[in-house]
Design a protein around this ligand. Structure first.
Ligand SMILES: Nc1ncnc2c1ncn2[C@@H]1O[C@H](COP(=O)(O)OP(=O)(O)O)[C@@H](O)[C@H]1O
Ligand SMILES: [Mg+2]
Length: 588
């Protein structure tokens, strides 16, 4: 006898529910999507016990008549698609026709709905697939769906539900996605009778982000927009200093749908490359609009993934849009001034900032006292002569910019709206990196023959690295010749790296080539080499600089790309604004 049977309807729903309904947050997601598809402008989500006891979603959408309300809970019933043609351009959030049937197969559901132009509404109950008769009732227009005791007949699934707090975190995340995707929707979330969020639709995306995350996030976003090749991108990009340790604060929306897409994540990562440390993730909110026909959403039951027909275009457009904006923006890290207590005692870690604040307070243009007055202890030979324009016998003609090198490591420089503290090594490293990259991509680095070759001993691994990377070593402008057993001589060295210690540099290079990460392609390896070269050849901390060198460094900072961060993504400069200082000195 045959073994195959046709599964009954409830089994079909249960299996579908296994894919679509994982936890209370999935119910919230599906119900909110239905409300949005029904044209609602206001949605209230009320839950009890993290949604384990009750999930109730009320909207002011188009509602359903009695016939539709009864049918909505049948499997594969939908008002959103009819023919295979419709699947080619889905403009609604739902279309699979299985959410309500799935939810009703694993919980007790009560649905109440009234269409706007009808006088009475209807209600229906459904207990794990067992339907009660439809009842007319008086109700506001729109729809309310209440879901009680999720998975109560499925102990194996219920067991996987976490604490109310954890389930609430997931529900809040769903609410957050919807709130961002539909900025003009009124949204309310209530837990155990307590209102957690009330987000009015008319306030705009900025206040919404502040409410959902923090003002630290909302105040550190850079806005950009592009409209090209059928793609409209609106992006709010987090400044590098608010980057996170995970990509949780990267939200991507496609035509109002929250999606996850590895091409898009990659484009964002690439765009920020060099602006943040490699192990950090930028905060980014990306809103993409494109024709519905240009992608397929029928890929995953939870509709969180899509398949772009031209993913390269999406990748390149996002990369270009984000990168261009970042390059055009001053990304210097904002300085945080120390907290001043009521008694006026400053926090110990604020000492440098305090000294700087004092420095600039004294030397603001227009003040009568212009000569620097260093206390005897600080008045070393590296003091005042490093400050241009403060001789005191230059009256009235103030210089364009003022600067000061401190501890032979940092440069304090005046800026239009305050001052910068620059890490001289980090900034110079970035400059070397950009310069090396530009020159190497144009060809071989210019090099100089050494009058007396420098010889050094090397290990087998280092010898192998020479043999396996002759082309790369040549491209760097380094000439090595064997000079006896396990010994090589450096015959020529790149001019640009003249400041580096020759043997140390070559050994470092060979070690890097010997230990190269096998997954790196040629470009990745070259990038690592340039990184290393930039670091070794850059000005060090503790190195005294002449006025000319400082001037050059400051002038170059204005013109090179990514000057706000070193090649490893660490900041090169911290910016303090005058208005912050004025607040600290109680001038305002
Ligand atoms: N809140 C609502 N307001 C109006 N109609 C709704 C609502 N929720 C569900 N419906 C109707 O019920 C149908 C079935 O919903 P669902 O099972 O989620 O499938 P889908 O959303 O994929 O169509 C929808 O197509 C819609 O017509
Ligand atoms: Mg739906």
């Amino acid at each position: 006898m045959g073994q195959i049977v046709v599964l009954d309807r409830n089994m079909v729903n249960l299996i579908a529910a296994g894919e679509v309904i994982e936890r209370p947050a999935s119910v919230v997601k599906e119900l909110m999507e239905n409300s949005i598809d029904a044209g609602a402008t206001s949605i209230t989500v009320a839950v009890e016990d993290g949604g384990r006891k009750l999930i109730s979603v009320t909207d002011n959408g188009c509602g359903m008549d009695a016939e539709d309300l009864a049918r909505a809970f049948e499997p594969h019933t939908t008002s959103k698609v009819r023919t295979s043609e419709d699947l080619r351009g889905i403009s609604t959030l739902g279309f699979r026709g299985e959410a309500l049937a799935s939810i009703a197969s694993v919980s007790q559901v009560r649905a109440v709905s009234r269409m706007r132009d009808e006088l009475v509404g209807n209600s229906i109950e459904n207990d794990c697939g067992e339907k009660s008769p439809m009842c007319p009732c008086s109700t506001d227009y729109g729809t309310t769906i209440q879901v009680r005791d999720l998975f109560y007949k499925l102990p194996a699934r219920r067991k996987f539900l976490k604490t109310a707090n954890t389930e609430m975190t997931h529900i809040t995340e769903q609410l957050t996605r919807t709130a961002l995707a539909r900025g003009n929707l009124d949204l309310t979330l209530v837990h155990n009778g307590r209102e957690l969020y009330r987000l009015p639709g008319e306030k705009g995306i900025g206040p919404r982000i502040a409410e959902l995350f923090s003002t630290e996030i909302s105040e550190n976003l850079i806005e950009t927009e592009s409209r090209e090749k059928g793609l409209h991108i609106f992006a709010l990009l987090g400044r590098p200093d608010i980057a996170r340790t995970s990509n949780k604060l990267q939200y991507v929306f496609l035509n109002g749908r929250f999606i996850r897409d590895k091409f898009i994540s990659h484009a964002i990562k690439e765009a920020y490359r060099g602006s943040i440390e490699p192990n950090r993730f930028p905060v980014a909110f990306l809103f993409i609009e494109m024709p519905y026909e240009d992608y397929d959403v029928n890929v995953h039951p939870t509709k969180i993934e899509v398949r772009f027909y031209n993913s390269n275009l999406v990748h390149s457009q996002i990369l270009a849009c984000v990168r261009e904006k970042l390059l055009a923006t001053n990304l210097d890290t904002a300085g945080k001034l120390p907290i001043v207590s009521a008694a006026g005692v400053r926090e110990p870690d604020g000492r440098i900032a305090d000294a700087m604040a004092e420095f600039f307070k004294r030397h603001r243009p227009g003040q009568t006292q212009r000569r620097l007055e260093f206390s005897p202890a600080k008045s070393t030979e590296r003091g005042p002569q490093h400050i241009r324009g403060f001789s005191g016998d230059l009256p009235g003609a103030l210089p364009e910019r003022k600067f000061l090198q401190i501890h032979d490591s940092f440069i304090v420089a005046e800026a239009d709206d305050g001052f910068l503290i620059i890490d001289q090594h980090a900034l110079h490293e970035r400059m070397m990196y950009e310069d090396l990259r530009r020159r190497i991509s144009a060809g071989k680095l210019e090099s100089q023959k050494l009058l007396i070759p420098e010889s050094f001993q090397l290990t087998d691994a280092q010898q192998d690295a020479i043999d396996n990377n002759t082309e790369l070593i040549d491209r760097l402008g380094i000439e090595l010749t064997p000079f006896g057993p396990r010994t090589q001589a450096i015959q020529a060295f790149p001019t640009l790296l003249a400041k580096a210690e020759l043997v140390d540099f070559v050994r470092g290079l060979l070690d890097l080539l010997a230990e190269r990460d096998a997954t790196l392609d040629a470009d990745g390896l070259l990038d690592e080499v340039i990184n290393m070269a930039a670091c070794k050849a850059a000005i060090k901390a503790g190195q005294k600089l002449s006025d000319n060198e400082i001037e050059q460094l400051l002038a170059d900072k204005e013109i090179i790309e990514h000057s706000s961060h070193c090649p490893h993504g660490r900041p090169t400069a911290i910016r303090f604004t005058l208005s912050d200082l004025e607040k600290q000195f109680k001038r305002t």
